[in-house]
Design a protein around this ligand. Structure first.
Ligand code: CMX
Length: 465
């Protein structure tokens, strides 16, 4: 009896292992056309694993920083307690993606046309591998994503069935969750894949998800604002341009803006809400779909990604209440009124940055090049002159300068993308590139489940004393 039970157990475990191997093989086959992307990544992983292992062994007990009571109850500002490889934020200089500033990326990443804005596919290659891609490598990523972009019928049906008025970010999150049915990571885990190989199905799911997001966003846009009159993807277009095309905005300017937009919103190191939420949920070995959905519900908050929608609403309120071309004095008064009403001025301030966000600056340069006489751009420029001064006068705002969200809406308006409650979806599509690249690395490096220590007020008082 015991012998036959053992035999059954052995057979079951052999079958599961076999299933796991089959799944990995499927994943490898699926990625074979990715060619260089996966090959470069695969080459990098062992050395990086060794580097992190050695770091832990040699310096594991060294102190990176201390934690004050203020930090524990103040949103953990500044506590260096997370590993994030894809980007690093300097308070004065702003973001660097794998060591490159935004202007450097504009100069070095492959573009759709000579001198144009970077292709986000190139950034995906850079974030995943740490290497700047050649034009051919970026193009291979475009093709890889195109091949993975078809949506399952149930996702399209789900989006169609949602009640009118469902916020586009809520629609996005539900669509992402509906894709989880096909998660290769979840299937591989269930089948018992060895943990050293988790990164492979994580990469598979991440590429699948990134590939499908433009069509999801296009459908949300057309269902919400164009009576469900959907536009088929165009196989000639790159990933970001296709997104704009499926929304119904096909001018050259709109396509270039979308490439820039999708590049600069991708990553902002690991501690911001959308990145950290994705990272945290992923650390429980929830698959990339579940993890990214968590990030998107965080991005939908008005202090984070939804600020780009709030900026546009606030600017529209300004023009409604004090006119299309208010003087700087009128603007100053309006900003004070907003603060006195107990509200934040959206698009200004940052938890880490202490200077103007370079993502703001590059959008400003785009506006100076393409829409210098647009009245709303003039208003945004005037706000740049007025708001930091007022915020500084409050005496409490640590960073009075504009962030990424202060500028993006006005550029989108210019190209006819006027429905501001859609803006955070565009942010979310881009954010997938950064947070999922890191998620692949987190699985490759075997990072453990996150579990920081929390304390009660009593416990903090006791420790403080
Ligand atoms: N308008 C009014 N008050 C602001 C402010 C702003 N733009 N920025 C900060 N403050 C206030 C804070 O609300 C806080 O007030 P209380 O002490 O009364 O609570 C005080 O100044 C100190 O805050 P801080 O340390 O300077 O900023 P935080 O790190 O706490 O918050 C952020 C950072 C971004 C949430 C905040 O600056 C803000 O609310 N900005 C407006 C919303 C926005 O643009 N968000 C997008 C950020 C970029 C992104 O994540 O996408």
């Amino acid at each position: 009896m015991q012998a036959s039970r053992n035999l059954a157990k052995t057979l079951r475990s052999v079958t599961l292992r076999q299933g796991a191997e089959d799944l990995l093989e499927q994943a490898r086959r699926g990625l074979s056309s990715a060619g260089s992307l996966k090959e470069v990544l695969k080459e990098k992983i062992p050395a990086e694993q060794e580097r992190v292992k050695a770091l832990k062994k040699e310096h594991g007990r060294k102190v990176l920083g201390e934690v004050t009571v203020e930090q524990a109850i103040g949103g953990m500002r500044g506590i260096p307690a997370m590993l994030w490889e894809t980007s690093l934020l300097d308070p004065e200089e702003g973001i660097r993606f794998r060591g490159h500033t935004i202007p450097e990326l504009q100069a070095k990443l492959p573009a759709a046309k000579e001198g144009g804005e970077p292709l986000p596919e190139g950034l995906l290659f850079l974030l995943l591998t740490g290497e700047l891609p050649t034009k051919e490598q970026a193009q291979a990523v475009t093709e890889e994503l195109r091949a993975r972009s078809a949506l399952p019928a149930h996702t399209v049906a789900l989006l169609k069935s949602l009640p009118k008025g469902t916020h586009p970010m809520t629609q996005l999150t539900q669509a992402v969750l509906s894709l989880q049915l096909d998660s290769k990571f979840a299937a591989a885990y269930t089948a018992g894949v060895h943990k050293s190989k988790y990164w492979e199905p994580a990469l598979e799911d991440s590429l699948d998800l990134i590939a499908k997001l433009p069509e999801i966003a296009g459908i949300i846009y057309r269902n919400t604002y164009a009576n469900g009159d959907l536009i088929e993807p165009d196989a000639q277009l790159d990933w970001a341009a296709n997104l704009s095309h499926m929304m119904g905005h096909r001018s050259e300017g709109a396509l270039e803006l979308m490439r820039l937009y999708q590049t600069i919103h991708a990553d902002h190191e690991g501690g911001n809400v959308s990145a950290h939420a994705t990272h945290l949920v992923g650390s429980a070995l929830s698959d990339p779909y579940l993890s990214f959905a968590a990030g998107m519900t965080g991005l939908a908050g008005p202090l984070h990604g939804l600020a780009n929608q709030e900026v546009l609403r606030w600017i529209q309120m300004v023009t409604r209440e004090i006119g299309e071309e208010p003087s700087q004095d009128q603007l100053r008064e309006y900003v004070w009124a907003t603060l006195k009403g107990g509200k934040v001025v959206p698009g200004f301030g940052h938890a880490v940055l202490r200077k103007t966000d370079p993502r703001y600056t590059c959008q400003r340069e785009f506006a100076q090049k393409h829409l210098p006489d647009y009245p709303l751009f003039k208003l945004v420029s005037d706000l740049y002159e007025v708001v930091p001064d007022v915020l500084t006068q409050t005496g409490k705002v640590k960073n009075p300068w504009p962030n990424v969200d202060a500028h993006s809406g006005v550029l989108l308006q210019y190209y006819g993308i006027t429905h501001e409650n859609f803006y955070t979806v565009l942010f979310g599509v881009s954010r997938a590139i950064g947070v999922l690249s890191q998620l692949v690395w987190s699985r490759a490096l075997g990072l453990p489940i996150e579990r920081p220590k929390s304390l009660t007020v009593e416990a903090i008082i006791a420790r403080a004393k």
